[in-house]
Design a protein around this ligand. Structure first.
Ligand code: CA
Length: 233
């Protein structure tokens, strides 16, 4: 199997080299790009297996690169991990809104970086987001026949709960903000508060019984599918 290719978009040469060295040690092919426009060009010409994207870049900002990647069918599904400074928390939320798969806050530990990269790559290899059947642990959701089972036992959900669970499962561990969940579960024009989503998630968790742990709260951001990776990262 050929080595997975990772494009590192980072304007600080020391940081870029540190990250590249760590990933090469783990047998990834790495390419470093220092500016936004070149990055976009490189990624479009030959979509890699994963992009590490610094948000503070000269020229084209990281969030704009992310937006353009997601809008382009050639790159819309390329996994992206955003790198941000702790002071850019608003950017993290925007990044997740625009479809970043995960984020890492600088300064970070290299083993955390490796774990996140491995987790996102694993996720991108598993069931695609458009599959009819979505699973996590004992949970099995079938979109086509609109059914949910936990350990083979049918669970009866409301339409909103069903759509919420489908969105969380399809996210494969990607953090979904409350606004994104409102869009996916209630429609783009629904006028509801964040609190409404929390109420639906609480009801959903109650019905999932012990499998509730798979629907994880991400403080200050939203919800995600919990996985085996969560203990380690
Ligand atoms: Ca930077």
């Amino acid at each position: 199997m050929p080595a997975k290719r990772i494009v590192i978009v980072e304007d600080e040469p020391d940081m870029a080299e540190l990250v590249a060295m760590q990933l090469r040690r783990e047998h990834f092919d790495t390419e470093v790009v220092h500016d936004g426009a070149a990055a976009l060009d490189r990624i479009r010409t030959r979509p890699p297996d994963l992009v590490l994207l610094d948000l503070m870049l000269p020229g084209l900002p990281g969030l704009e690169i992310l937006r353009r990647l997601r809008a382009d069918p050639r790159t819309s599904t390329v996994p992206v991990i955003v790198l941000t400074a702790r002071s850019e928390e608003g950017d993290v939320v925007s990044g997740l809104h625009m479809g970043a798969d995960d984020y890492i806050t600088k300064p970070f530990n290299l083993s955390v970086l490796s774990a996140r990269v491995a987790a996102v790559l694993r996720r991108s290899e598993s069931t695609g987001p458009d599959a009819d059947v979505l699973t996590a642990g004992p949970i099995r959701l079938n979109r086509q026949i609109h059914s949910v089972e936990v350990d083979g036992e049918p669970v009866s959900l409301t339409l909103t709960e069903f759509r919420l669970l489908a969105a969380i499962l399809a996210g494969r561990g990607r953090v979904l903000t409350r606004d994104q969940l409102i869009d996916k579960a209630m429609g783009q024009n629904a006028v509801v508060t964040d609190r409404t989503i929390d109420v639906h998630v609480t009801a959903l968790r109650r019905k999932l019984g012990d499998a509730r742990k798979y629907v994880q709260t991400v403080r200050g951001l939203g919800y995600k599918l919990a996985g085996q990776d969560d203990e380690n990262t």
